[in-house]
Design a protein around this ligand. Structure first.
Ligand code: DAH
Length: 341
């Protein structure tokens, strides 16, 4: 039995040595130490030994077992190290290879200016309202004191959807005023940015789709002075403390009195040049005190409340902000242009 144990030890150790992968090593373990393994079957025959021999052979068998176990553990760690080595080699990284550039997006110049406008107004306590681009003529015109047959319905050259001219692409963001006043009670302080549509030919200053930001304030004791202060704040916050505005009387059906507001030409500072077509001033918005008929139509008591409203062209604000001379650049999506902002 002594001899048998010696043979088992020798053959198992060489089998362990030769195992090329964890699977083979496990097979060796089972062959020697498993339930039907050769060492196990030797141990099962211990009963046949004499009382003197049993402890001696028992100790020898234990030594053989632990020699095999140690050899297996040793081999297992060699194999896993070798495997790791192989993996590291095959997955080698060259950190000196130039990286692939990641193109990050940028904000469109109009989004930059709109975000600033929204910041300025939310800072003054306004909230932002939205309205549909496909609008009822009722909201775009009638409720804004622009009745059927009013020339505005033609001169604005509207895109109509229906024969009876009842549904259209909104020509202004002003209908959002009505939607707000029909659902909210004063005090009201909202701005409403969005797209508007008119049948205009594309040129350096026109597009059939452009953007406005509407503003509406309704509260007790609101005056034209509040309107002027608010719009001057907007212009100075956007363009700096030196920016000048000019208020001119005008007519809009939904405001009384109405005005147009210009800012001083950024190119010539009021002298008159190509950019301002010799005027020295550039028109940016329409505004006024909300017409009592409009307020009353929305159920607001004009003995208690008054309000002002304005609608400003976002393209013009943006063009002035970045000295862009042609509006088409804003819509052509040429990355060489847009990447500059
Ligand atoms: N909606 C007008 C336009 O598109 C601009 C405007 C004028 C808006 C007066 C207003 C306002 O809110 O009070 O020309």
């Amino acid at each position: 039995m002594r001899k048998l144990l010696g043979e088992i030890k020798a053959s198992s150790l060489s089998a362990i040595e030769e195992a090329a992968d964890p699977g083979a090593l496990e097979a060796v373990r089972v062959a020697y130490l498993g339930k039907k393994g050769s060492l196990t079957s030797v141990l099962k025959q211990m009963g046949k030994l004499s009382a003197e021999e049993r402890p001696v052979i028992g100790q020898l068998a234990n030594e053989v077992r632990s020699a095999i176990e140690d050899a297996i553990a040793e081999k297992a760690s060699q194999l896993s190290e070798a495997l790791l080595e192989l993996k590291l080699k095959s997955e080698k990284l060259d950190v000196t290879i130039p990286g692939k550039p990641v193109n990050t997006g940028k904000k469109h110049p109009m989004s930059i200016v709109l975000d600033e406008v929204v910041d300025i107004f939310t800072g003054m306590g306004y909230s932002v309202a939205e309205g549909p681009e496909v609008e009822f003529a009722d909201y775009n015109f009638t409720k804004l004191n622009t009745s059927a047959g009013h020339p505005a319905r033609e001169w604005q050259d509207t895109f109509y959807f229906t024969e009876d001219s009842s549904v259209l692409l909104r020509t202004q963001t002003s209908p959002v005023q009505i939607r707000v006043m029909e659902t909210q009670r004063p005090p009201i302080r909202v701005i409403s940015p969005g797209r508007v549509y008119r049948k205009d030919e594309v040129d350096a200053t026109h597009s059939p789709m452009f953007h406005q930001v509407e503003g509406l304030v309704v509260d007790k004791g609101i005056t034209m002075g509040d309107l002027k202060g608010t719009l001057n704040t907007l212009v100075k916050r956007l363009y700096g403390p030196d920016a000048q505005t000019r208020f001119r009387p005008h007519h809009f059906p939904f405001t009384e009195p109405s005005c147009e507001v210009d800012f001083q030409c950024f190119e010539c500072r009021g002298q008159g040049c190509r950019v301002c077509k010799g005027e020295g001033w550039i028109e940016i918005l329409g505004a006024g005190m909300v017409h009592p008929k409009v307020l009353e139509g929305c159920g607001i008591d004009t003995d208690v409340y008054s309000g002002f409203a304005f609608g400003v062209g976002l393209e013009r604000l943006t063009m002035r902000r970045f000295n862009i001379s042609d509006m088409r650049l804003l819509f052509e999506n040429d990355m060489r242009f847009l990447g500059q902002f």
